[in-house]
Write a protein of this length. Sequence first.
Length: 372
Amino acid sequence: MRNPLNAAKLNTAMEDVRRAGMPGLFAEVRDGDQTWRGAAGVADVLTGRPVTADMRHRVGSVTKTFTAAAVLQQVESGQIGLDAPIARLLPHLVPGERGDAITVRMLLNHTSGLAEYLPHAYPSLKALPALPETDPSSLDDNRLRRFHATELIEMGVTAPAAGAPGGTPGVYSNTNYLLLCELLRQVTGTTAEEYITRNVIERAGLRDTELPTEPYVDGPHSQIYEAWFGMIDPPRDYSVYDMSWVGPAASLISTVTDLNRFYDRLLAGEVVGPSSLAQMQQTVPVVSQEGKIIEYGLGLHPMEAPGQETFWGHGGTTWGAGTLAMIRADGKRQMAVAVNLQRWNRLDPSGMPEPHPIDGALAALCHAAMYG
């Protein structure tokens, strides 16, 4: 049964998230030919400037669907073999038997066994999800630091392995997607940023989406606030930040409208072909960065509610900014939401995040958007 958009319920759900403690958030929900856009709260806690639904935003790991689509395009053209060992093209980055054992597919679905490099690039943060000894000093140390992708990849490759290549559950790791970006550079002769811009962003007709080369967000945008589990109080503005620490694995800037347009065209077969989309939707169990077992495909993550429809999409977080974008499997219902505060939960004595009213309010907003 179709549940048409209910603007009053969506507006109330947005306000509930703001009242729960979120400075500002904005969203777009689509159902067939209906579109609702809404915003609540402030884009700047100092001036009270309001958020608006057309703002540009750092969308974090939502970027991974764009990167995966670019790789699948090269699979379609015969330049990359999905089950080919990465040693054929990247022997200098993953040498020896390990490079022979890890395939392109394993990078895409996080079953390579390669460790996450972030705890090494940001040593004060320690490793998720248990964080009893964490402190946020690395966030400021690296604010304008320019990382090179191969430097970060080396951190992940030389760290103790997270698992055996191809083993499940896999372990979510940004190292995998930086390697995919290097793979794109090798086979296309251009940077991953340039290839993704030309062949994914522009192909999907996105007008306000880019992979940044500077630490600023151009155009109308919110300030973004990082609380680091209550250790930064009040939360600090990280809207100016050099995103080379994740590159085309998680640095995309977009809008909720562009994200909905992208996932609509992806599922319609306009970004990659139907067979590639089917590959993207083949999932395996993966341990998320929050320590939960999720199902993960090739840059796509299915989100399900018991007895109800499946939605495909991705979530993303960076220092201060969070995003979630999803589309129902039939392509008819969509949601993209952006928030300007991250890691609002405080930690319990074991170092695990404690529940916060924002959690329930965001879940209620997603339910109202997805199911009416």
